[in-house]
Design a protein. Structure first.
Length: 306
């Protein structure tokens, strides 16, 4: 018996459940540096480019990456070319990918989310939009908009009103009760939730005992955050009747299996791709093996069974 890996995010069919996490896999860069034809053999079931904002951003002071014992700290600060450059320069090439494109947007205030979604609504290349509500914003003195249920609902509602595309809201784990934020996104009209973005952290230089990152603090990702992410996926998918994209520390096919059992309909791989850019193509095959060993033939026998 061959297990089928086909899954869906609402109305979007996926050939298998593995996608990339925003900001961790640049397919245009990979196309330039990898030997393999990444467009021909695209490993992910959907492609999520790095988050873009209305205006281009240079990001935070370097150093912006630091490896810890079991995870990666980053303080990139949403460096990006701006949404208009993304639409004009990147999207035409990305349209050649054999996978749906999930554009990721962020704003400095709730209104920005509506503006970004309006610009993307006319782009046929884009199947879905993910709202990254985890970045610091001006309305809240640098606190993430995604920490405030009222603003989460408002940003989602403005995005909902501006686009008919499939709408995903990416939640931050840096809150007391992630389910409360998930409910706010649902009330604003989200079709799907991405769970989780990075966890607040910092590192001191072992000799100078000063913060290593130029921005002092950063977001932790990788294996260190997997138990946090798994719990969040479990709690959110039990509390709400919306599909969930699970992520945070996924490194092996066993991790993918666990996130699906916890309730995710698809699973994103981020930090693990830095160590091995061609990890994702292997994960789908290994996931099938793990399902077959357990006598499972479809995603329906796995998703949400934990
Ligand atoms: C270097 C780096 C850049 C990231 N940039 C973004 C981004 O632009 N937008 C976003 O929504 N998440 C961003 N993330 C968060 C990831 O998409 C993901 O939610 C998080 O890293 C957890 O998954 P992982 O442990 O598999 O990396 C970034 C993460 C890293 C490590």
């Amino acid at each position: 018996m061959t297990a089928s890996l086909e899954t869906t995010l609402g109305s979007i069919p996926l050939k298998h459940p593995i996608i990339n996490a925003s900001g961790t896999f640049d397919v245009l860069e990979a196309d330039a540096v990898l030997e393999a034809d990444i467009f021909e053999e695209f490993p992910f079931a959907a492609y999520v480019p790095k988050t873009v904002t209305l205006q281009p951003r240079t990001g935070n002071e370097p150093p912006r990456l630091y490896e810890t014992a079991a995870g990666l700290l980053n303080s990139i600060g949403l460096a990006n070319k701006g949404i208009e450059n993304f639409i004009a320069k990147d999207l035409p090439r990305l349209a050649e990918l054999p996978a749906p494109i999930i554009a990721s947007v962020a704003g400095e205030n709730t209104a920005d989310y509506g503006r970004c979604c309006k610009l993307l609504d006319g782009c046929d290349e884009v199947t879905a939009v993910e709202l990254n509500i985890s970045c610091p914003n001006v309305e809240l003195d640098g606190k993430a908009l995604g920490c405030d249920p009222g603003r989460t609902e408002k940003a989602t509602a403005l995005a909902r009103a501006a686009t008919s595309k499939y709408l995903i809201v990416k939640l931050t784990p840096n809150v007391t009760d992630i389910v409360e934020l998930a409910k706010a996104a649902a009330a604003g009209g989200a079709d799907c939730l991405s769970v989780i973005n990075t966890v607040h952290g910092m590192a001191l230089h072992p000799w100078t005992l000063k913060p290593v990152l130029g921005h002092t603090t950063g977001g932790l990702s990788g294996p260190a955050v997997k138990p946090v992410a798994l719990r969040a996926v479990y709690m959110v998918s039990r509390a709400l009747d919306l599909p969930v994209i699970g992520m945070g520390g996924v490194t092996t096919a066993q991790d993918v299996l666990e996130f699906l059992a916890a309730g995710a309909s698809a699973v994103a791989v981020g930090t693990a791709s830095f160590r091995d850019p061609l990890l994702a193509p292997r994960l789908a095959g290994e996931l099938r093996d793990l399902m077959e060993i357990r006598g499972m033939s479809s995603m329906g026998e796995l998703i949400g069974t934990a």
